[in-house]
Write a protein that binds this ligand. Structure first.
Ligand SMILES: [Zn+2]
Length: 243
C-alpha cells in the first residue's frame, strides 16, 4: 500500500493539472462522475494516503488501496476506476477507491496530524496519543487519525529507530520516548520521501523485511501483531518493551 510520501510524490507529479478543465470524467467508480465535466481543477492536495483533486464545489478523493496505480497520458490494458480527460492530457487511476466529497477539504481533514503537512503539529499528536493509553505502538503508528500517512514501512522503521518494541503500550511510554516517537515519525516520513524520489528507499530499510538486527547482529522477529495484524520486524534485544 502506498504510504503518505508516495502520495506526496503523486501530488507533485499532478501539479501541472491545476487550472485545467475536465472535458470528460469516466470510469467504473461508484460516484457521480458526470458532475466533474466542465469543471476546472483548483488544487491538488494530499492528506495522509489520500490524494485530493479539488474543484470549486467539490473534491475527488482517491485512495490507492493495496494495488492502486495511475498513469499520466498513458493507458493500461484494464479499465480505469477514474479517467479524467482534458484538452490535451489524460489522467487514469486503476484499482483505487474514488469518492466525491462536497465539504471543503479543510472541514473534512485535520492537517495537523498529516505527517508531511506544513501544518503538522506534534503537540496535537501527543494529545491524541494520551487519549489511547492501552493502544499498542504497532497499532498507534498505523492509526490514520494520529499518524496520517504512516504505513507498515514507516511503522517498522520508526519503531526500530526509536528502540521501541511494537507491543509496547502507548500509555506506558515515558513522555520523552513519546515525543521521540512523534518526532521520528515526522523525520522518517521526510527521509522516506527523499529516498523514494531517488529510488533508493529499500536499501535504507534497517528493519522492514530485514532478517538481522544491524545493531545486535541477531535475527529479527517477524510477526503479525496488534489489532491491525500487519507484518512487524523487530529486535527483542534492543527494542524496549514498555508494558
Ligand atoms: Zn537489536
Amino acid at each position: 500500500m502506498p504510504e503518505g510520501p508516495s502520495i506526496v510524490i503523486l501530488k507533485e507529479e499532478l501539479a501541472l493539472f491545476k487550472g485545467k478543465k475536465v472535458i470528460e470524467a469516466t470510469g467504473y467508480a461508484k460516484a457521480d462522475l458526470t458532475r466533474l465535466k466542465g469543471k476546472k481543477i483548483t488544487a491538488i492536495k494530499s492528506w495522509g494516503k489520500h490524494l485530493l483533486i479539488c474543484f470549486k464545489t467539490c473534491t475527488v478523493r482517491i485512495h490507492l488501496l493495496l494495488f492502486g496505480t495511475y498513469r499520466i497520458n498513458e493507458r493500461k490494458a484494464s479499465n480505469p476506476t477514474l479517467r479524467l480527460s482534458f484538452d490535451k492530457d489524460e489522467l487514469n487511476f486503476y484499482t483505487c477507491a474514488v469518492k466525491i466529497i462536497d465539504e471543503p477539504p479543510d472541514e473534512v481533514y485535520d492537517w495537523e496530524v498529516d505527517l508531511l503537512s506544513d501544518q503538522w503539529n506534534p503537540d496535537k499528536v501527543l494529545k491524541l496519543l494520551k487519549k489511547v493509553p492501552d493502544m499498542l505502538l504497532c497499532d498507534a503508528l498505523l492509526n490514520q487519525d494520529i499518524f496520517a500517512g504512516a504505513g507498515n514501512i514507516i511503522k517498522n522503521e520508526v519503531l526500530f529507530r526509536t528502540h521501541l518494541h511494537p507491543l509496547s503500550k502507548v500509555g506506558k511510554l515515558p513522555l520523552k520516548k513519546k515525543k521521540e516517537l512523534i518526532q521520528e515519525a515526522r523525520q522518517y516520513s521526510f527521509d522516506f520521501l527523499e529516498w523514494k524520489k531517488a529510488y533508493v528507499l529499500k536499501k535504507h530499510w534497517l528493519a522492514h523485511t530485514r532478517k538481522t538486527c544491524p545493531r545486535c547482529h541477531i535475527p529479527f522477529i517477524k510477526a503479525y501483531l496488534g489489532m491491525t495484524q500487519r507484518r512487524s520486524f523487530f529486535c527483542n534485544n534492543c527494542q524496549i518493551l514498555y508494558e
